[in-house]
Design a protein around this ligand. Sequence first.
Ligand SMILES: [Zn+2]
Length: 316
Amino acid sequence: MPQPSMPSITRRQQTLKTWIDCVGVGLHSGRRAHLRIGPAPVDTGIQFRRTDLAGMGAVIPASWSHVVDTRLCTVIGNADGVVVGTVEHLMAAFAGAGIDNATVEIDGPEVPIMDGSAESFVFLIECAGVAQQSAPRKRIKILKRVSVSAGDSSATLMPSSVASIDFALDFASPAIGRQEKSVVLSEGAFKRDLARARTFGFAEEVEHLRKAGLARGGSLENAVVIGENRVLNSEGLRYGDEFVRHKMLDAVGDLYLAGGVVEGRFLGVRSGHALNIQLLRALFADESAWTLIDDDSVSDDWAEDWDDEAVLQATA
Ligand SMILES: [Zn+2]
């Protein structure tokens, strides 16, 4: 059995020790896909490769600059029109596990939804194991407040010495209502507080999406479904406030498309994929709003969060 704990936060870049795979269906396409994740060299980041398509044109960097659609999920694509959809839960698992560099191979256009959360991907990463690499880890430090909004929704990044996420949502359905939560993304927090929260939808909306050829893979096996103001899943919820936790999971995954750990505070109000990605675009459009730090220049504030052994390893 793999170790139950997430790897410790480190100041060195990390990748996977070995390859590992799974099979599942895409939430929107309903297509079965084989997903493999494995090691990648330092400074390559997370890269997706469509193995059902030939050549180098089938590679897509997991970057905000390659996001091509955010309407129902986060879709990345390249100049050749090659796309991979629903990357956010897998990206959240990489962020939560502190994986900087990885190769993701997939033989179709959509990452399998698994159980609707990031739990299966966290499990895969733990089974594969985490390998330390020689180069220091890069962080994107937020230097000033950046905010985007649409109607009554907003997404904001602000300076903070620790990565944290605050989220608020409200739905008319009493099955969800108003939910607010704050999480400091310290070691183990993602796995403990967010990873198991499932995606959710309304039964009437699912019908509408199906008629449009979407949500074809959606079922009570991989989503919390709300109908007639109650949760239809017989097993109920995994957390009392599973809905806001899933939106936070989505934000963690979307923010990891920044290309590194965002060192700052994220505040989401009814935010979704579109605003999360718009926020990254606004951030990177303003060079005075952020700076790239590698951990050789770690601040004293930040160093307090590390245990001595990790600091020794990183400075050795
Ligand atoms: Zn999601």
